[in-house]
Ligand binder design. Structure first.
Ligand code: MV4
Length: 450
């Protein structure tokens, strides 16, 4: 097992990782920017090192600064959390070159999954269903016209370096294809420095369903069931749940086994998430893989009983999967609401000073946060300030529990998305579990009158 772990992150996930380390008996080192001097992750870690000015590029994204902090404090592993350096293959490489274990998959696999057209090809080769589309990048206008004719409309143009919804375009007719192709290439070049794009058939109003996986460093990979993440706005998830209301045991077992088998072929290790779209006919298609722990991991923990952060650390230290997770049974239902410091109507960030705070509690309620009364939410980072996770015997009881927990949650001093979450869980369609990726836009659209 590791002697000491540095957590290259901030906020609730840094605190979450420190909690897991404490329970494993591993000393921790926090890093922090000048804006996070009084943050809870700094106070709760055994040691803390300032790594630079408030802006993330100067601190949490500054690889030499993070590595220096790791060397000064003599850690033997780094946990990257999510965001920041978590899916940076160069960072994983620098860690290993510095004889520090990166708690995550190999740099090669991170790089593979970061190139989305390549990830799609590798997933297909390993036996996962993919959306009909181009075998690789579309090089020029001639190839674009040919590919569009083959795939037919509507189709989607995606940036190879994109992911998470950035650099995508829907094309509904032949008249739009060439302008859209050029625009998408320009946008991709601007955003990622790489103009490469590929095409897929467009799937209308799909569900977003993702499988949690865990692999050891001995070639074994298992799945821990799926999460439903269809409640999103502009590719930001707001509510996630496990299991998905659209997945029954036979689909879970067959697709889960295919996912685990595919990742064993690829040589995956660590925690990861395989994202699928599920179309209206119930077909599943691989779209992307995330090679990190995700924000919504607690819903999977709640229904499997597996502590995913501890498991991540143990497999990174070389323990075998059969020892880390001897087995699990899915029990009940869990829902997570992401609470952001944002205006619930305009979604404008609302940084500031927390003047009053009351967390909900009671049976089946978990709050993952680094907030405290008198804390400051800085303007420099993403606006997630708390995750409210509830579990119950079934989905209906879980929704009722979420409604009462949201009622108990008080945050004053900054605007939050709590009022929006109340609207979501009060919605009859949400309560019926009839979700798709357009659900939230529909809920937010101004009411139409006949
Ligand atoms: C798609 C799609 C429809 N057809 N691909 C958005 C994020 C990125 N991970 C992939 N995304 C999509 N890819 C094809 N071929 C629709 C989306 C999509 C979406 C996916 C998941 C959750 C929310 C979404 C919202 C809009 C579009």
């Amino acid at each position: 097992m590791f002697r000491k772990i540095l957590i290259a992150n901030r906020g609730e996930i840094a605190l979450r990782v420190i909690c897991a380390c404490k329970e494993l008996g591993i000393p921790t080192v926090a890093v922090f920017s000048e804006a996070d001097r009084n943050a809870l992750h700094v106070r709760f870690a055994d040691e803390a090192v300032c790594i630079g000015p408030p802006r993330a590029t100067d601190s949490y994204l500054n690889i030499p600064q993070v590595i220096s902090a790791a060397e000064i404090t003599n850690v033997d592993a780094i946990h990257p959390g999510y965001g920041f350096l978590a899916e940076n293959a160069n960072f994983a490489e620098v860690c290993e070159a510095s004889h520090i274990s990166f708690i995550g998959p190999s740099a090669e696999v991170i790089r593979m999954m970061g190139e989305k057209d390549r990830a799609r090809r590798e997933a297909a080769a390993a036996g996962l269903p993919v959306i009909p589309g181009t075998p690789g990048i579309v090089e020029d206008e001639h190839a674009a016209l040919r590919a569009a004719k083959e795939i037919s409309y509507p189709l989607m143009i995606k940036a190879s370096a994109g992911g998470g919804g950035r650099g995508m375009r829907i094309v509904r007719s032949a008249a739009e294809i060439l302008p859209a192709f050029q625009a998408a290439r320009n946008e991709a070049e601007q955003a990622f420095g790489v103009p490469d794009v590929y095409f897929e058939k467009y799937v209308e109003r799909p569900r977003h369903i993702e499988f949690q996986v865990l692999g050891d460093r001995h070639g074994r990979v298992m799945h821990l069931g799926e999460r439903e993440c269809s409640v999103q706005r502009r590719h930001q998830k707001l509510v996630e749940e496990a299991p998905s209301p659209a997945v029954d045991e036979s689909v879970r077992e067959s697709l889960g086994a295919r996912v685990a088998g595919a990742l064993e072929k690829i040589g995956y290790s660590g925690a990861g998430t395989v994202e699928f779209l599920r179309d209206a006919q119930g077909e599943f298609y691989f779209i992307e893989m995330n090679t990190r722990i995700q924000v919504e991991h607690p819903v999977t923990e709640s229904v499997t009983g597996v502590d995913l952060i501890k498991a991540q650390i143990r497999v990174a230290a070389g323990e075998k999967l059969e020892e880390v997770v001897p087995g699990y049974t899915l029990r009940g239902h869990a829902i997570e609401c992401r609470i952001n410091a944002e205006d619930p109507e305009t979604f404008a960030p609302s940084p500031g000073h927390i003047t009053a705070l009351n967390f909900p509690g009671g049976h089946g309620v978990r709050v993952d946060t680094a907030m405290y009364s008198d804390a400051v939410v800085p303007p420099y980072y993403d606006s997630l300030i708390a995750k409210l996770i509830v579990r119950a015997g079934d989905r209906a009881e879980c929704v009722a529990r979420m409604r009462r927990a949201l009622e108990m949650f008080v945050i004053e001093g900054v605007k939050t998305t709590i009022p929006l979450h109340r609207r979501i869980v009060d919605d009859p369609q949400f309560q019926r579990g009839e979700l798709h990726t357009g659900f939230l836009d529909h809920l937010l659209a101004p009411a139409e009158h006949a």
